[in-house]
Design a protein around this ligand. Structure first.
Ligand code: ADP
Ligand code: MG
Length: 366
């Protein structure tokens, strides 16, 4: 018989039937504060959705409402088409991981992972076996006898993940599980979470305020603002076709260039750009142009396809595989350009910039 690695065996044992999740028109108010404003999100079975947005936009409230930790004022919440709005948390079949380490300090790692099974009155031998399996899944099969304080932050969050998965929930909810960790561990752990999620096929909602993290792990990213989802799509969709300036600004960097919108086309500095998103009235606008959609040339006045606008280099930073350079146009507008490391502009250099002309989002100019 084929011998599977302990992680793969554990994944097979812990897999559950993936569920659909739907929140429709959910409203949650704290006094006069509308934390969720007709919040709507539908997730396919096995899908990994990142809920991305600035602090205070309602991400935690959305997650807690789905988990039943928060009562809601209006709207529907269903799992696999069944209304769960009136069900208590422990009947919703959900696993959760929070930002702060939430392990019980007086219990061993294994006892922490067993906890949910004990609540469900699973007998001891089976409890032990399943908790051990969940620890294997997160690569901590040999740490069951330790206490939380004997583990690193990243290991503690892996234990929290094992504890959330041990009951074979249909839905996994993670609320900024990586934000207390240092950068390198954060990247390793997000990859591990994604790998485990894929192996288990569990429908997962992952809350973060970190756009890079959201783009890196999710099947779809939902950008949230003031209690509702402003746009949801694949990472590529959001980056290339942001529906609003808020999304363009939140996902990646953008320059804001003054231009004129007419019939869905923006003209700025002699270049034209198709407008993304909903139609807008003609007039003066600010166009959101990505640094990688600007082309830098270091020899002004040379003849060629791109004539370019005269500009002066303000600063340039080396970012490993690329450089980002800030230049000032003759009208004073600052433009950030992303380019190959073979170009090494210095502050004060005279350069030219031109635009690739990819579609952009825009706001009316003040
Ligand atoms: P996020 O997780 O995106 O940072 P939250 O969902 O925690 O946002 O909060 C959304 C809004 O609801 C915020 O304005 C917050 O201050 C408010 N809020 C959250 N929880 C409570 C509460 N228990 N009582 C009063 N206001 C709350
Ligand atoms: Mg939060």
């Amino acid at each position: 018989m084929l011998k599977l690695a302990p992680e793969a065996q554990a994944a097979a044992a812990l897999a559950s039937t993936p569920a659909t999740v739907a929140l429709r028109g959910v409203v949650k108010e704290y006094g006069s504060m509308r934390a969720l404003d007709e919040f709507t999100l539908e997730m396919a079975p096995g899908e990994f959705v990142a809920l991305l947005g600035p602090s205070g936009c309602g991400k935690t409230t959305a997650l807690r409402s789905l988990a039943g930790l928060e009562s809601t004022d209006e709207g529907e919440i269903s799992i696999d088409g069944v209304d769960v709005a009136k069900l208590p948390t422990n009947k919703r079949d959900i696993g959760m991981v929070f930002q702060a380490y939430s392990l019980f300090p007086h219990m061993t790692v294994l006892e922490n992972v067993e906890f949910g099974l004990r609540m469900r009155k699973v007998e001891k031998a089976e409890r032990r076996e399943r908790a051990q399996e969940a620890l294997e899944l997160v690569g901590l099969g040999d740490r069951g006898a330790r206490f939380a304080h004997q583990l690193s932050g990243g290991q503690q969050q892996r234990v929290a993940l094992a504890r959330a998965l041990v009951t074979r929930p249909r839905v996994l909810l993670l609320d900024e599980p990586l934000s207390a960790l240092d950068a390198k561990v954060r990247v390793q752990l997000r990859e591990q979470i994604r790998r485990i999620q894929t192996e288990l096929g569990i429908t997962t909602l992952f809350v973060t305020h970190d756009q890079e993290e959201a783009l890196a792990v999710a099947d779809r990213v939902a950008v949230m603002r003031a209690g509702r989802i402003e746009q949801i799509g694949t990472p590529e969709d959001l980056y290339v076709r942001p529906a609003t300036p808020f999304v363009a600004d939140f996902v990646g960097l953008s320059n804001r260039l003054p231009g004129v919108l007419k019939a869905g086309v923006i003209t700025a500095y002699g270049s034209t750009f198709e407008l993304l998103g909903d139609a807008q009235p003609d007039g003066d606008v600010l166009a959101y142009v990505r640094p990688e959609d600007v082309v830098l040339a270091t020899a002004p006045g040379t003849t060629g396809a791109a004539k370019g606008l005269a500009a002066t280099v303000v600063a340039s930073s080396f970012l490993g595989s690329l450089r980002r350079t800030a230049v000032r146009l003759e009208d004073g507008t600052l433009v950030s350009v992303q380019h190959d490391v073979s170009l090494q502009p210095a502050p004060g250099d005279a350069v030219t910039v031109s635009f690739r002309g990819n579609p952009v989002s825009a706001t009316p100019a003040e």
